[in-house]
Design a protein around this ligand. Structure first.
Ligand code: B4P
Length: 190
């Protein structure tokens, strides 16, 4: 199985690029943000809980997120692999993912980090706010909080994969097509 963690700050292009990676490599795209948003739309118990965190730019608690991720993975029989988009976002999530994949005789192949500077992230998210209807994109204070939470809690997750020799950085600035080509070339080298 080819299991990739697509990593980067909010607005780095994880969702955008995942769509293209799915097409080329036939992987299953699992975005924790998308699953939470689907639950919010469906007004499920999980959605109500997730919304209370997401609207403020905070992380949904680990216990809830890990449980949800596991149940999403288990929906597929004989997958070629997964793109984990937006997960893991904390060291506890990274540990839980390692243990869980081990249980099903699998592991993470590589974490690929999209590297984008802060001003560009803010511009992209503000642009998306115009048509996404996402509350967490609309308020500059919430965007700033998401970036701060990323720096404090999520960025350190890189070290988890660096220690395992499973970390690649890709320049996330430039046209969407150029970044896709960079990702293809990084993945083809694995
Ligand atoms: P996510 O849904 O993961 O939100 P995101 O980080 O903003 O998404 P992404 O990075 O994929 O956006 P993209 O670049 O594609 O998470 C939302 C919230 O859910 C979190 O804040 C948290 O509350 C919760 N959550 C999710 N996972 C969690 C977890 N594991 N644990 C706890 N809580 C969790 O798109 C950004 C914009 O940039 C788009 O408009 C796109 O068109 C544009 N863009 C992309 N590439 C571009 C380029 N090269 N040039 C110009 N624009 C570009």
């Amino acid at each position: 199985m080819l299991n990739l963690v697509l990593f980067g700050p909010p607005g780095a292009g994880k969702g955008t690029q995942s769509t293209r990676l799915v097409e080329k490599y036939g992987l299953i795209h699992l975005s924790t943000g998308d699953v939470f948003r689907a639950n919010i739309k469906g007004e499920t118990e999980l959605g109500v809980l997730a919304k209370s965190y997401m609207d403020k730019g905070q992380l949904v608690p680990d216990e809830v997120t890990i449980k949800m991720l596991k149940s999403e993975v288990m929906k597929y029989e004989n997958p070629k692999g997964f793109i984990f988009d937006g997960f893991p976002r904390t060291n506890a999530q990274a540990d839980a993912l390692d243990h869980f994949l081990e249980e099903i005789d699998s592991s993470i192949s590589q974490m690929i980090s999209l590297d984008v500077e802060e001003e560009e992230l803010k511009t992209r998210l503000a642009n998306r706010a115009k048509d996404s209807g996402r509350v967490d994109d609309a308020d500059p204070k919430v965007i700033q909080n998401r970036i701060s939470v990323y720096r404090a809690e999520t960025a350190p997750v890189k070290e988890h994969y660096k220690k395992q020799g499973k970390w690649t950085k890709v320049d996330g600035l430039g046209s969407i097509d150029d970044i896709t080509e960079r990702l293809f070339s990084a993945i083809d080298k694995l």
